[in-house]
Design a protein around this ligand. Sequence first.
Ligand code: ADP
Ligand code: MG
Length: 424
Amino acid sequence: MGSSKKRVQSFKELQLDPLIQKGVDSAGYQRPFPIQELAIAPLLSGRNVIGQAKTGSGKTAAFGIPLLQSLDSRVNRVQALVLAPTRELAVQITSELKKIGAFTGARIVTIYGGQSINVQFEALQRGVHVVVGTPGRVIDHIKRGTLLLDSAKFVVIDEADTMLDMGFVDDVEFILDSVSENRQLSLFSATMPQPIVELARKYMRDPERILVDANDPTVETLEQFYAVVNQEEKYSLLTDLLGRLKPKSTVIFCRTKYGTRRLARELERQFQSVVPLHGDLSQHQRDHSMSTFRQGNADVLVATDVASRGIDIRQVDCVINFDVPQDTLLYFHRVGRTARAGDSGKAYTFVSPEEFEDFARIKQMSKWQIKPLRPEDASHHLESVQPNNQGRGRYGGFQPGERSRYGRRRWTQRGASRGRNFNR
Ligand code: ADP
Ligand code: MG
């Protein structure tokens, strides 16, 4: 989960060329994203870098900033080459580079199939510093002699796994064989299938490997809490918490479809803007829930793990684990939905005595502190939970189904909680 390598805290710390810093500022980047915290410094120092991070994590600037900084504007030759699998991606990368390089005088051209080769030829002839292109068309230009790469010293393979899926690996190798051996090579990919690992092994000497788990929020931005509460009191604690936090974008996770449906229904009576997401809904209903939540028309999404797998929800400010996930990794997957890409977030986990064991394991595995939400939660020594004990009998003599000492009706906005049981 994440890298122990050095992270910079700010763009300032990188002491970028002032003109590039100005581009970064005007692009509106206040602080580096995790892949940028880790990859920019080694790239600036000339290292080969393999960066793994998922889509949307800011890989373009991670290589784009050092790429632009490596250019010598007095030299009228192609000094940097970025390969991307599709025209759309190539165009996107170019526009990002143009933003960051807006004040440096860097000339950047995109070359891809489908556009007139003559237009590209003229652009190349005028003299460019950076070429961003798709492999097929880059090879065309190399073969025609219209693209000379002997001065290219900064080479990037972006979206390497997609490149592989599209059958471009031989083309990429052809291109890499056409550039000088003294080039600095970096490779970015969301996943690292074996052929990509082999490509890297063949072409990169002593690369710095950087893995940014998309579900790996940073310690400064994610705050994690837990509360010890009997199963049947989770609901009133939840409404209490929601009433206090008034979060704008919250995902509540439950273990079961049944629990998810019930909880969503119950919350809907109190809050207007709640949407469910679970496997018993039709695809259409799920899409509807997701788009309502994404567009901010619902504050709360109640979901099962399965239904939420793979969906990319940005800007979740709060994750609530109504149930402790049985699988430890699922916990990190869930809380990773918040505090992404430098935003701050909070995660709360409701732990019933039956769930002590599962939670104790999570707590032990967590790199970062999971703090007791209330003073009374701290008195439960979750670390010393023994297997087979089920955590029972040591925590106020709790028996399943018993009423607890915590109040039931704390939160009374828009109709009092009916204190329903949410037993699984
Ligand atoms: P990836 O290549 O990893 O899919 P991109 O490089 O396309 O991701 O970046 C995703 C989005 O994040 C882009 O809109 C980009 O402008 C923006 N972005 C990148 N870095 C930062 C940053 N440090 N601060 C704010 N926004 C950023
Ligand atoms: Mg990208």
